[in-house]
Every structure is written in structure tokens, then in C-alpha cells.
Design a protein around this ligand. Structure first.
Ligand code: DAH
Length: 339
């Protein structure tokens, strides 16, 4: 009997494997419930008294050697998994690749650009760092004009006449200076205002400016263009133009959309009126045309300016304007399906 156990000890010591399955087999053979060691411990009771000591020692030796061997091999094989890894299967479909999403402001911008492109407007661009002339003076806002206060401005410290443009209307001026009518442009851009940051306003936001200059352009053309835009963009077909004031347009108006009062949200966002203010607009002031070397006797036109964040907040039900600039992926990911 003792010799048999000694032979097992030698076998345990010599055991080696590269496979986890074989190691498990080995463990069951020696240390499993129905394994050899349990058998031997059971037999221990029947061993004559004078042999008990030697027998006990040798089965304990076998047990500890088997345990040590298993631990040693387990550690060695630890990193490997027994089944072939999934990526060894070359016919398996690739892991889905995470794609990014467009920013909600870009989505709105692209939509608006597309709507106006369909009626012949092309895109114009202008610098964000602008001079006083293009941002204010040429737009009928001479120095000390009180309406300059409507737009708190970031100036470049060392140059009082250089600033971050406060509206995309500056792009109108640049375009008119370099092009003669007919002019049909939209100018998307980022604008800056020295305002306190809150859920409703930010020191930077985005606008799209529209400008149409030609012979015989009337307020009716403005109204029809905005109505077309409203239908395409919002699927609504009722607008109103409320008299307003902008130095660069005469007459000036705010365009409201009739949003309706169909549910609780409608009541909240329209403050119970059903109407939503969407943009400023008007007939380009003759002084502005003159400043840009366009003959106001011959040409007339209209302009409008839309805030993109406002539209995005409305369409995507976003409650806080700061969400646009924080780059929180949990926010951005939600626009994946809108591309
Ligand atoms: N520039 C104005 C603003 O930033 C928006 C605006 C109003 C633009 C009327 C226009 C316009 O072209 O005609 O508040």
C-alpha cells in the first residue's frame, strides 16, 4: 500500500500539462470528492494501529504535493482561457465601431443651410475677429449710438476698434462690399457677447444671417421667404411679423411662429400664447447699402438673423444652453440618430 502511494507521489511530482482541462482532470483524480485522497483517508481507519503513523504521514505528503502542483500549474496557465478566443474565428462579424455624432448646433445649421440653398441662397463667411466698421458702423451703428449697448462686446484689449463679432450681420457688410446685387446669401457663424452665463444665455452662441438684395425686393418677399422657411424647418404654417427695431433695417420686425397649444410643453414654451419668437428681420436700411457701395435708389433687400441654439433648444427640448458647450458625451450621443 505504502509503495503504491509513493508511486503516486512520484507521479504527482512529474505531472506537467499545458492544458487547463488536463489540470482539472488531475485535480479531480487526486483531490476531487471521489478522488484518490478521499479514498485513502477513508482507508486510514482500517489501517492497523502500528502502521497509522507512517500511513498518515505519507498520505499527507501526497495531499500537499498534489495541492502544490495544482497551484503551480494554475498560476502558469492562469492567463489562458480554455476555449479558443472569439477573435480567432475569422468568419465572425467585426465588433461594431463606435461612430461619433454631429453636434446639435451643426444639425440645425445644416438643415437651415439646406432649406435656403434650395431657393438659391449660397453660403458666405466672415472673420470672427472683426473691426468696428463691419460689426457696427457700416450697419448704421455709429460710435455712441445707444443701440450698441444691445450687444455687450468683447474688445481686443490693445485695440479698441477690434472685437469679436457680436452678430453675423458683419458678414453681410463684408459680402456687399465685394459683390454687387443680385445677392442671396446665408452666413452661419459663431458670435460673442459679454454676457453672464446662465441656462438661457451664453457669452458665445451661433447665428445664421440671411441677406437678399436685388431690384424690387419688397417686404412681401421677406414674408414669403420666412413663411417658406418656417414650413420647411418647423412644419408650421402660420407666422406673424411684429414691428421691432434694428439699426440696420427699416422697417424692422420680429418673426413669431404660431406653435400651437396642443400640450403642456407648448403652454410652457410659448408662455400660454401659442406664439414663439424666432428671429429678427427687416428691410435693409438704405444707409447700410450706401455704406457698402450699393445704390439704394436702384436696389433694395431684406435681411434676417436666427439664433441656432434657440432653435436647437426648441426642437430637441434642451433646457440649458450650457449643455451645448460642455462636450459631455452623454449629451452628444443622443443626437446619433439625427444625422
Ligand atoms: N443682428 C441681430 C442680432 O444679433 C439679428 C438680426 C436682426 C439680423 C435683424 C438681421 C436683421 O439681419 O435684419 O440680434
Amino acid at each position: 500500500m505504502i509503495d503504491k502511494i509513493k508511486a503516486h507521489i512520484a507521479k504527482v511530482e512529474a505531472f506537467a500539462t499545458e492544458k487547463k482541462e488536463e489540470l482539472e482532470q488531475f485535480r479531480l483524480e487526486y483531490l476531487g470528492k471521489k478522488g484518490l485522497l478521499n479514498d485513502l483517508f477513508a482507508k486510514f481507519k482500517e489501517v492497523p494501529k502500528e502502521e497509522k503513523k507512517e500511513f498518515g504521514q505519507i498520505i499527507n505528503e501526497l495531499k500537499s504535493k498534489a495541492e502544490a502542483k495544482i497551484n503551480e500549474l494554475k498560476e502558469k496557465l492562469g492567463g489562458q482561457t480554455s476555449a479558443a478566443p472569439a477573435y480567432n474565428d475569422l468568419t465572425r462579424p467585426a465588433f461594431p465601431m463606435e461612430i461619433g455624432s454631429r453636434h446639435p448646433v451643426s444639425l440645425i445649421k445644416n438643415k437651415i443651410v439646406e432649406i435656403f440653398a434650395n431657393i438659391g441662397f449660397s453660403i458666405a463667411e466672415g472673420p470672427e475677429i472683426e473691426d468696428d466698421w463691419h460689426n457696427f458702423t457700416a450697419l448704421n451703428l455709429p460710435e455712441y449710438h445707444p443701440a450698441r449697448d444691445m450687444q455687450d462686446t468683447f474688445f481686443i484689449q490693445t485695440r479698441p476698434d477690434i472685437l469679436l463679432h457680436t452678430h453675423t450681420s458683419s458678414v453681410e457688410v463684408r459680402y456687399m462690399e465685394q459683390n454687387q446685387p443680385p445677392i442671396r446669401i446665408i452666413a452661419p457663424g459663431r458670435v460673442y457677447r459679454n454676457e453672464d452665463i446662465s441656462a438661457r444665455s451664453h457669452c458665445l452662441f451661433h447665428q445664421i444671417e440671411g441677406l437678399y438684395i436685388d431690384t424690387n425686393v419688397s417686404f412681401a418677399d421677406l414674408k414669403q421667404t420666412l413663411l417658406y422657411f418656417t414650413k420647411e424647418m418647423f412644419g408650421k404654417s402660420k407666422i406673424r411679423l411684429r414691428p421691432s427695431y434694428f439699426p440696420f433695417t427699416e422697417p424692422s420686425a420680429e418673426m413669431d411662429i404660431y406653435w400651437g397649444l396642443n400640450n403642456e410643453i407648448d403652454y410652457r414654451i410659448t408662455k400660454g400664447t401659442g406664439w414663439l419668437e424666432i428671429m429678427g428681420c427687416g428691410m435693409t436700411d438704405p444707409n447700410v447699402l450706401k455704406n457698402c457701395n450699393i445704390d439704394p435708389e436702384k436696389y433694395s433687400g431684406f435681411a434676417f438673423g436666427i439664433g441656432l441654439e434657440r432653435v436647437a433648444m426648441l426642437l430637441y427640448q434642451i433646457g440649458d444652453i450650457r449643455a451645448f458647450y460642455e462636450n459631455d458625451v452623454r449629451f452628444l450621443e443622443q443626437f446619433k440618430s439625427s444625422i
